[in-house]
Design a protein. Structure first.
Length: 435
């Protein structure tokens, strides 16, 4: 394994987040073409310096990406220790959310965590917990578990970290997908095989759900949506079996991509849910190859939830290619750059120190009664009013999902009107949300 690919995973994930977010101006712009026009006015992609001082701060995605990594490299002996540490780090991360637009499900889930209590990392099943907030912060888990023999551990940790806020399979399976794709990248697994590999991994994920004995019935009833959406996508790209190269429309312009990303989403905002954030990132990775610029155009600069797709696409691309062809101004001035580089080194060391046993299955697995008892809320401060997450479909809901949105519309230049600080509450209707 190459430590530079670890560093690139951490930093380029944050770069993708920062670029897609642009302090809310591009995340909440629903027209990808207008964003591309603005990029040209700024001198082109390579001319943009991604720094807080230059108007490209990190969003909530990167903050929790960092805190996930911080927990993974902390001292822990059992999985339960690790999960408590993750919960503790997420509480810390919420102290650094001003101006970063966290979503309601993320904030509400973290608010319910009690890291020092037995099973205090558990929250109740959430029928509205299908947003992308679990997926957006999960890539460091793939850095800790890059070996194929680590798959059971990767699945367990991705599920538990994910359902600390998004206790719904559409939400936490996005965490599994993001972590899995990073591990595949480090493994040098051919990218066309990743989607098929994810579908097979869903069976392992269900085995874990059953072995943990938590919300088994609710998860079983709501499992279908993630799998169906991914199966349909892979079939459309011609890679359902993983044995063929992907098929893209020709041309596949920014407008066509925006329409496609919307079509695979839950409610019209591409990348806002647990299934489509890693899906759009994967689509961008398939089409971009080793071109960082093309990855940015496809995976970070579109009319959907582009900071969330961007952090996944950037992380996975970095794990594949390192810093190949990436302008230094895209990662050398990032907010928290030094901290992320240090975490990358620590994850690299920890991944290489793990004692692996290919015969072991779900070590330190937990047996816990499915119902989570009511717990007093932690009163740590939340600096932003949360937005409302989208509600994922359940087995009782119609397949006819509304695509209507009520976002703040960009002005003629394609920009979000200035004059106030926007968060997801400001720009997203109660039908739509992201994290």
């Amino acid at each position: 394994m190459d430590v530079k690919r670890y560093e690139a995973c951490m930093l380029l994930g944050a770069a993708g987040d920062s670029l897609g977010y642009r302090n809310g101006r591009w995340e909440f712009n629903e027209n990808g073409r207008s964003i591309h026009i603005q990029v040209k006015k700024l001198g082109g992609l390579s001319a943009i310096t991604l720094s807080k001082e230059n108007g490209f701060m990190l969003s909530d995605d990167s903050i929790l990406h960092i805190h996930t990594a911080q927990a993974l490299v902390s001292e822990w002996k059992t999985k339960e220790d690790l999960y408590s540490n993750i919960a503790r780090e997420y509480k810390k991360g919420c102290r650094d959310m001003h101006g970063r637009s966290p979503g309601a499900t993320t904030l509400n889930g973290i608010d319910m965590l009690i890291p020092d209590a037995p099973n205090g990392y558990r929250i109740p099943f959430n029928y509205s917990g299908g947003g992308c907030g679990a997926a957006m912060r999960a890539c460091p888990i793939g850095l800790l578990y890059p070996d194929p023999n680590d798959l059971n551990d990767l699945v367990a940790v991705a599920i538990e970290a994910g359902r600390m806020t998004h206790n719904h399979p559409t939400g936490f399976l996005g965490s599994v997908a993001a972590a899995l794709f990073v591990s595949y990248a480090l493994e040098n697994k051919p990218i066309r095989e990743w989607g098929a590999g994810l579908l097979k991994t869903l069976d392992i994920a269900m085995d874990y759900i059953k072995s943990s004995n938590v919300d088994v019935h609710q998860n079983t009833q709501n499992w279908y949506y993630f799998k169906e959406k991914w199966t349909k996508y892979l079939d459309e790209r011609g890679i359902l079996d993983g044995n063929s190269d992907p098929i893209f429309p020709d041309p596949y312009t920014v407008d066509i991509r925006d329409d496609f990303y919307s079509s695979v989403s839950y409610s019209g905002w591409g990348g806002a849910s647990g299934h489509d954030a890693p899906m759009i990132a994967y689509d961008a990775l398939l089409g971009a190859g080793d071109s960082w610029e093309e990855l940015c155009l496809r995976g970070m600069l579109h009319g959907g939830d582009n900071d969330s797709t961007g952090i996944i696409a950037g992380s996975v691309w970095g794990a594949m290619y390192g810093f190949k062809g990436v302008p230094e101004n895209h990662y050398h001035h990032l907010e928290y750059e030094e901290r992320m580089s240090k975490l990358a080194m620590e994850l690299f060391r920890k991944a290489n120190s793990i004692e692996r046993n290919s015969e072991e299955k779900f070590d330190d697995k937990l047996s816990l009664e499915g119902e989570v008892k009511d717990q007093p809320l932690d009163t740590s401060p939340m600096t932003l009013k949360p937005a409302v997450d989208k509600e994922p479909p359940t087995s009782d809901q119609s397949a006819d999902i509304s695509q209507e949105k009520d976002h703040i519309q960009p002005d003629e230049s394609g920009d979000v009107p200035q004059g106030k600080e926007y968060n997801k509450t400001d720009v997203i209707s109660s039908d739509i949300s992201e994290d």
